[in-house]
Each structure stands twice: as C-alpha cells, then as structure tokens.
Design a protein around this ligand. Structure first.
Ligand code: NAD
Ligand code: MG
Length: 336
C-alpha cells in the first residue's frame, strides 16, 4: 500500500476536531500536502494555525484541492457541501467522509463528476494520532460510493495509508453497511443500551432501599473493569478474571434481563434505521432546533445517578488532572 496516488495532490481537511486534527497531522507527517478548511471566527482556526497548517475558509480550501475530507459534524455537512464544496471542487476530485450518514440517507446529493469515498477510523481522533506517532495505526473501514476517475479505490486506500490505518488493518465496507451498523451500535448497545442498562440497575437497587453511593459503585463504576476485559481479551478474559460466583450469576441471570424481548426491540431499532425513520426524525429534530434532544439530555443529566456520581468522582483522585481520553465509541466519536 502507498500514498503514491496522492503524492502530488492537495488535500483539504474541513474541520479540525477529533478526526480532522488527527487526519491533518498524520497526512502531513506522511508527506502529503494538507490545507485545513475552517470558519475564520470558529473555535479551531487559531489552533490549526498554531500547529503550523495553512488554514483557509472552507470554500477557499476546496478550490485547488484534489481531495476534500469532510470532517465537520454530520449535521453541518449538507450546508457546507452546498455552500463551499459543490461550487468549488474540481471535476474528478474526491469527496471523502469518515461516516456515511449524509450520503446514504441522501442529505447530500454529490455532483456526478466527483469520486465519493469513505475512510472511517475505528477509534477516536486522539488515538488515531497517538498510534500514528508510535509508528502504528488504528484500523480503518473504507468504501467507494461513486467512482468517476477510475481511481476512487486507490485514493481511499492511499488516504487510509496516509493516516496510518493501513499499518493496522483495512476492512472494505459500503456506505450503507457502515452507516446502518454504526447507528445501530451506538443506539442499541453502546450509548443508548449501556446508559439505559446502568440507569435501570441503579434505580432497581435504590428503589429497594440500598444507598445510592453503593449502587453507583456496583452497577456503574465497575462497568469499566468489565469493559476493559472485553476490549483486551473478549468475554473469555472477563470470565477468567471474575469469580466463579460472578460467572454463575452471569450465566443464569444475564439472559433473564437481556431476553428475547430485548432482542426483538433491537430488531425494531434496526428496522427504523434501515427504512430511514431514524434519519428522518433526527434531521427534523435538528432543523427544529433540538427541542426533544435538549429535553432528553436534561433528563439524563438530572438522573440521580449523575448527582451521586459527581460527588463520588470528586474523591477519585486518579480522575483529577488530565481528563481521561474519552474512548467514546464512535459518536461514533469514540462512538460516533
Ligand atoms: P468534531 O465535532 O470533533 O469536530 C468538528 C470540527 O468542525 C471542529 O473543528 C469545528 O470547529 C468544525 N466545524 C463545525 N462547523 C463547521 C463549519 N460550518 N465549517 C467549518 N468547520 C466547522 O467532529 P468529529 O467527531 O471529528 O466528526 C467528524 C466526522 O468524523 C463526522 O462525520 C463523524 O461522524 C466522523 N467520525 C468521528 C469519529 C470520532 O471518533 N470522533 C470516529 C469516526 C468517524
Ligand atoms: Mg455513530
């Protein structure tokens, strides 16, 4: 694998957040020509400049670029495409995404004379950068939606090489598969499933008269230990490191809680993603100014789990100082 096809190309990275900063820095260190596209009064302009990049307004950055990486928030991308990208990207240029939402759900109808590709790292931007600096990389999944130059695949692979993903592992996917599985994961298991599971466990203990502080430790805090074991060595490693009592309880009670009814409702969630219901509701919510989103968020923040958690975490000295790198699953950000 190599970055050869991009060797004399100019790459415009739009956005300098979690992914944008990591991609821009890795591509530059791979010897590629990078310009960062940002709003002049936006929060990242000074930062990208201070870190040595050529920075321009998005429309200016796109002019003269051969590949445009769209690394601004997903809900911002359609307007940015209309205003800055569509009028300025050269024919046969490439439009690259790190998440397929807007293409798959047709929030962006890309011009017919450009390549449309995806390279999505399977980790947060901070890890994409630190692994690259160590001479390693974070695996990427990649896809081609539209190939007009006859080199769309080569461009995606070269970009994946440039950000370090090819050092680890590349998996070919489609915009449809990446988008649907990503949304399902964050909704049913990672963000939605996990937070609802711990809230229900916490409420069960507190309603039964146990102290909230004890409940916090048992159903929330210790989840990290279990997830770390999953991450390092699968369910096998978790089983190896917990007691026989915990294993037996897992076997007999896990399926009572997460039963066929839960799986049936997971299938409903997946159906709503596949048939576009979720995307339609979310874009309408965003355009309406996030009325329900803000209500739902406040309810999470007001949950007693959060009140007691803030108090307990203030005494966890090892959490003070630098904020731990959020291994957010790809908000899709760690979950993206
Ligand atoms: P982010 O929120 O961390 O950063 C967004 C950046 O865009 C910031 O620099 C912000 O200043 C800039 N920005 C916002 N509005 C803008 C505008 N109108 N014009 C120009 N710049 C603007 O975003 P992120 O988490 O890096 O996500 C970027 C893309 O990467 C998304 O498609 C996301 O789904 C995808 N993704 C993210 C992760 C992750 O770990 N965060 C992982 C895989 C894929
Ligand atoms: Mg996601």
């Amino acid at each position: 694998m190599s970055t050869t096809i991009l060797a004399s190309s100019r790459i415009a990275v739009l956005g300098y957040g979690s992914q944008g900063r990591a991609h821009a820095q890795n591509l530059r260190d791979s010897g590629l020509d990078v310009v960062v596209g940002l709003r002049k009064n936006g929060p990242s302009w000074q930062k990208a400049k201070a870190e040595g990049f050529a920075v321009a307004e998005p429309a200016e950055a796109v002019k003269g670029a051969d590949l445009v990486a769209v690394l601004v928030p997903d809900m911002v991308q359609p307007a940015l495409y209309e205003q800055a990208i569509a009028p300025n990207l050269k024919p046969n240029g490439a439009l690259l995404f790190a998440h397929g939402f807007n293409i798959h759900f047709k929030q962006i109808a890309p011009r017919a004379d450009i390549d449309v590709i995806m390279v999505a790292p399977k980790g947060p931007g901070a890890l994409v950068r630190t692994e690259y600096e160590r001479g390693r990389g974070v695996p990427d999944i990649w896809a081609v939606h539209q190939d007009v130059s006859d080199h769309a695949e080569d461009k995606a692979l070269a970009y994946a090489d440039g950000i370090g993903g090819a050092r680890a592992m590349l998996i070919k996917t489609t915009f449809k598969e990446e988008t649907e599985t990503d949304l399902f994961g964050e909704q049913a298991v990672l963000c939605g499933g996990a937070s609802s599971l711990v809230q229900a466990g916490f409420e069960t203990l507190v309603e039964a008269g146990y102290q909230p502080e004890i409940a916090y430790y048992e159903v929330f805090h210790e989840l990290k230990l279990i997830v770390d074991l999953f991450y390092e060595g699968g369910i096998a490693k978790m089983l190896k490191y917990v007691s026989e009592t915990a294993q037996y309880g897992d076997f007999v009670s896990g399926p009572r809680v997460i039963d066929a009814g839960v799986k049936a409702r997971m299938k409903d969630v997946l159906t709503d993603i596949q048939n576009g219901t979720f995307a339609r509701n979310w874009t309408a919510e965003y355009k309406a100014g996030l009325p329900n989103y803000n209500k739902f968020k406040q309810a999470d923040l007001d949950h007693p789990l959060e009140q007691v958690g803030a108090k307990l975490r203030a005494r966890m000295t090892w959490l003070q100082g630098d904020a731990p790198v959020a291994a957010a699953p790809q908000k899709k950000q760690a979950v993206g």
